[in-house]
Design a protein around this ligand. Structure first.
Ligand code: BGC
Length: 755
């Protein structure tokens, strides 16, 4: 075991301060005197962007060729932890071969709304799914002794003014939605590094935020790697280090290091903090170096084939009427659209990969069937629009089926800016409609990083969502269209009917440098389901070429106490004629009166592979946290006693089985008591009855209530409590029939019971 503390003890203050910022754009500093070399970090997340020469953070300059795997918008739809771990492992292999110590990703930010330009790099609108996928990706990368850098921590849910915007959200939304995704990724993935986001939260930059960097991430979640700024996210280096930021990237020059030395001498940053940061950084550096394989190589062809498999496991079949899919080789099929020959397979910005090779559908289909092709539209030549469309319509008219490869042009969605609308370009919509007029057998294959509106949905019989499926996306599309692979992905986000249906619509992207997350915890399906709002495609939805039945739900303990775990099992049967995979989803739901909560929340999923006629049992283990909400006054998770349902479904809107459980044994929920607390707050404290009795008796008399209900008759007591219960205790005295009450004394006495 290398002795890191011994190494740290040999370093001068200047050397230590130097270690806390980069040597250049992609490398950390070393200390030659002590034999500490410079190591390289590189983007991520779904491929390696290693720049040898000119470095930048928006992929303007070239990088070495690498395999571009499907982006997170796609891979999340696999709901397959093993698949993500496998893909992460291949990324780790590429890092070893390119001598990269840390790959920057995955991104675990929540898709608050559909417009965020970077949604394609993120997994889901649901924190459980997002956290599980991120954790699997991290485990995979790190299985090859290379670090992952979980990003962008946190509350970075838009690109608009991403470097200055201040996010304002309530504590429940922050914990239940936005942090929860990172919490799972940290606890289950154990990333070597975490990258902070550019934005502020309530006016404090994340790079200088002790609550997030230190209290929550390091202390509460036990993160033991190094924190790193997003590139250029550092404002005041000393303030950042003091707050828990370990590494500033990229380099910021000698004066920056000198200023940190001075801050240490002035006592603005403690020596312990600097030592801790250096220790964290060196630990990660040597985890990599001590396990680095200098002869590592990787097989680009094998990785390309795996990228194709990942894409086909992730795509979502959204519509399949009259069995239009799968196609068969003897049909006369037209492939139409620019993206059949030049697929849109990745997004723009720092994640842009110099793909080692790209397989289009047009190339891949040659091994399967003979198709005819018309370009139909071209992002780059709008002048040829009419001619291209006319040629495509003429071709479609003579074919058995027309497959349209369409989607969002690269200029529509990218790191650095947000979308303004959810529409496809007009020329593509016109093309769908014109083709559908001459041939009703239309299949659309979509290439996009985030949902679109589909006013044309009734014009097509088939719809295959490929998202941004990586460099082998064309091969995967052909595999799915021709039934070589049975589609098995399900949506990791809701497709609303229209943009204005989305809960963030009125407050995205905010005004000036402030954005308010007023929809609170009602993000994605949590909002649509509670509102009973119609959607285009619900969260968790996806079709395949076979069918499944759900049955035999079993719960091992229907009356657990909060300390217990509960095991839920169901049997899934493939009732169709083809082998296939089903994504079984588990949601929990409160059925008692309590705090305002989403209708149901995802707390488990499994992807199960079944031969025709085969049945397999799927089990989930739940703990009280799976039923909890975040209680702001307690600053903690809290599970109410009461009745809950466990719903097992094929999507959030297709619940197949449900079982009730009753939870008991929760510690009483006692919010801190003050003179602003209500009468009801005080009355709900166990044992408070005798203390409260004199006051309540006085109030009852003031209301003219006797044992018989007095003038107010039957139900008087209930009415009395309903009317008075929500009054702050400091006002209650005025209604107390004249006798003065010692408000402070009363509150202190009841509060005494809570200790
Ligand atoms: C992006 C990060 C990226 C970094 C380095 C930043 O602009 O937000 O995701 O890892 O640049 O390229």
């Amino acid at each position: 075991m290398r002795n890191i503390s011994e190494l740290v003890s040999q370093m001068t203050l200047a050397e230590k301060a130097g270690m806390l910022s980069g040597a250049d754009f992609w490398r950390l500093k070393g200390v030659e005197r002590l034999g500490i070399p410079r190591v390289t970090v590189t983007d991520g997340p779904h491929g390696l962007r290693k720049q040898d020469e000119s470095a930048d953070h928006l992929a303007i300059n070239a990088s070495v060729p690498a395999v571009c795997f499907p982006a997170a918008c796609a891979t999340a739809c696999s709901f397959d932890r093993r698949l993500l771990e496998g893909m992460g492992g291949l990324l780790g292999e590429e890092c070893q071969a390119e001598n990269v110590s840390v790959i920057l990703g995955p991104g675990a930010n929540i898709k608050r709304g559909p417009l965020c330009g970077r949604n394609f790099e993120y997994f889901s609108e649901d924190p459980y799914l997002s956290g599980e996928m991120a954790a699997a990706h991290i485990r995979g990368v790190q299985s090859r002794n290379v670090g992952a850098s979980l990003k962008h921590f946190a509350l970075n849910n838009q690109e608009h003014r991403r470097m200055s915007v201040s996010v304002h959200a309530d504590e429940r939304a922050i914990r239940e939605i936005y942090l929860s995704s990172f919490e799972t990724a940290v606890r289950k993935g154990k990333p070597w590094t975490v990258m902070c986001s550019y934005n502020k939260v309530d006016g404090v930059y994340m790079s200088e935020n002790p609550l997030y960097l230190d209290t929550i991430l390091k202390k509460e979640w036990g993160f033991d790697g190094y924190t790193v700024t997003d590139w250029g996210a550092c404002c005041d280096h000393a303030a950042g280090v003091a707050a828990g930021m370990d590494l500033q990237m990229p380099s910021a020059g000698a004066a920056n290091d000198d200023a940190l030395v001075q801050a240490a001498r002035d006592g603005r940053v403690s020596m312990e903090r600097i030592d801790e940061a250096v220790t964290r950084i060196l630990t990660v550096i040597y985890k990599y170096l001590d396990n680095h394989n200098p002869n590592a190589q990787y097989d680009k062809t094998a990785h390309h084939l795996e990228a194709r498999r990942v894409a086909s496991e992730s795509a979502v079949l959204l519509k399949n009427e009259r069995g239009i899919l799968p196609l068969s080789a003897d049909q006369k099929v037209a492939f139409i659209g620019q993206y059949a020959s030049d697929p849109r397979y990745q997004g723009s910005g720092s994640s842009r990969i110099n793909a080692s090779r790209v397989t289009s559908a047009l190339e891949a289909v040659k091994a399967v069937a003979e198709v005819q092709y018309a370009r139909g539209f071209d992002d780059a030549s709008p002048d040829d629009e009419a001619a291209l469309a006319a040629e495509a319509v003429a071709l479609a008219a003579q074919c058995d089926a027309a497959v349209l490869f369409i989607g969002l042009p690269g200029s529509y969605e990218s790191e650095g800016f947000d979308r303004r609308h959810m529409r496809l370009p007009d020329n593509q919509v016109a093309l769908i409609r014109e083709v559908a007029k001459v041939n009703p057998r239309v299949v659309v294959v979509l290439h996009n990083g985030s949902p679109i509106e589909m006013p044309w949905i009734d014009d097509v019989q088939g719809l295959l969502e490929m998202y941004l499926g990586g460099q082998a996306v064309g091969g995967a599309a052909v595999d799915l269209l021709y039934g070589i692979v049975n589609p098995s992905g399900k949506l990791a986000e809701t497709f609303p009917l229209k943009l204005s249906d989305n809960p963030s619509y009125l407050n995205f992207p905010g005004d000036g440098d402030d954005v308010y997350y007023r929809e609170s915890v009602y993000v994605g399906y949590r909002y649509y389901d509670k509102k009973e709002a119609a959607v285009l495609f619900p969260f968790g939805f996806g079709l395949g070429y076979t069918s499944f039945s759900y049955g035999g739900m079993r719960v091992d303990n229907a009356a657990p106490s909060v300390q217990d775990t509960v095991t839920v099992s169901v049997d899934i049967t493939n009732t169709g004629k083809l082998a296939g995979k089903e994504i079984v989803q588990l949601y929990t739901r409160g059925k008692h009166d309590g705090i305002s909560r989403p209708l149901r929340e995802l707390k488990g999923f499994e992807k199960v592979s079944l031969e025709p006629g085969e049945t397999k049992a799927v089990s989930f283990t739940l703990s009280s946290r799976d039923f909890a909400y975040y209680e702001p006054p307690l600053h903690d998770w809290y599970t109410e006693n009461g009745l809950y349902a466990v719903d097992i479904g094929a999507s959030s809107r297709d619940i197949r089985l449900s079982a009730d459980i009753t939870i008991s044994g929760a510690r009483p929920l006692i919010r801190p008591l003050t003179t602003d607390s209500t009468l009801r707050d005080l009355m709900s404290v166990p044992g408070s009855e005798p203390i409260m009795k004199p006051l309540l008796d006085g109030l009852r008399r003031g209301f003219g209530i006797g044992d018989d209900g007095g003038a107010m008759g039957e139900g008087a007591e209930r009415m009395f409590i309903n009317m008075m219960g929500d009054m702050p205790i400091h006002t209650v005295g005025s209604f107390g029939g004249g006798s003065p009450i010692d408000v402070e004394g009363l509150v202190a006495a009841v509060a005494g019971l809570c200790r």
